[in-house]
Design a protein around this ligand. Sequence first.
Ligand SMILES: NC(=O)c1ccc[n+]([C@@H]2O[C@H](COP(=O)([O-])OP(=O)(O)OC[C@H]3O[C@@H](n4cnc5c(N)ncnc54)[C@H](OP(=O)(O)O)[C@@H]3O)[C@@H](O)[C@H]2O)c1
Length: 255
Amino acid sequence: MTTALITGGTSGIGAAFARALAARGDDLVLVARNADRLSEMATELKERYAVSVETIAADLAVRDEVVRIAERLASPEQPIDLVVNNAGFGFRAKLTAADTTPHEHAIDVMIRAVLMLSAAAGRAMRQRGAGTIINVSSTASFVTMGGYSAIKSWVTCYTESLANELHGTGVKIVALCPGWVRTEFHERANINVGWIPDFLWLDADQLVADCLADAAGGKVISIPSKRYKALMMICDQLPRRTLRAVSRKLTSSRH
Ligand SMILES: NC(=O)c1ccc[n+]([C@@H]2O[C@H](COP(=O)([O-])OP(=O)(O)OC[C@H]3O[C@@H](n4cnc5c(N)ncnc54)[C@H](OP(=O)(O)O)[C@@H]3O)[C@@H](O)[C@H]2O)c1
């Protein structure tokens, strides 16, 4: 019996992970802030897939609440086999803004919580010699488009470093780097998506299936879809100054 813990498992990519994992028979632990949505999701999954679903309402921007989730991950009586550090959000804030709190809030949720939860899960899994940690990064981690890009660059680099640290222990580590996915993400962050062509949108269920296949196959970086794999290969070859110029253009087209 496998148990998976998913942060942000009530919406978008996290909900797609929850459904895919429940469909294959995994028990789940779902973490998010909104308790009503957590219990709706738990009811849906229990009725549809007959799995057990535990819910923990927690705000991952609050350190003590992250500690609570880390303690759940460390439990030897109720081990967690798969962790998806997925909770996150988009935000637009100038790097030179006088008020840096939007950046700090994003760092708390998408860096500090990922660090603390991966560390707790990594320790427990290394001891058992098995387990999988999937950190949801973004293709934004390969470009230079503001605070969000910088945070996701950290997630990708950190996850590759974690894979090195746990190499040979039996623990699988994956950085999932999706392109644009239709979820609540853009509306919540008030991001204009009108200019994004249809072919650049990914399907959440498909990308989760691709990511789980990559995890099973031992891949450390999972970039779902051939089109994004090709785009990221091009990004990788560009001189940094060209990449910055492209990033500048993309950033200004979002406003
Ligand atoms: N959508 C895209 O185009 C895209 C592309 C690349 C990467 N991503 C990444 O994918 C991940 C999931 O995003 P999504 O597109 O699925 O967004 P979404 O539909 O808005 O879902 C976000 C989830 O995270 C939870 N969450 C947000 N802040 C939280 C906090 N402080 N504490 C606990 N839970 C929190 C939300 O639940 P509550 O509000 O109830 O807390 C929700 O379940 C993020 O890390 C995002 O950066 C998204």
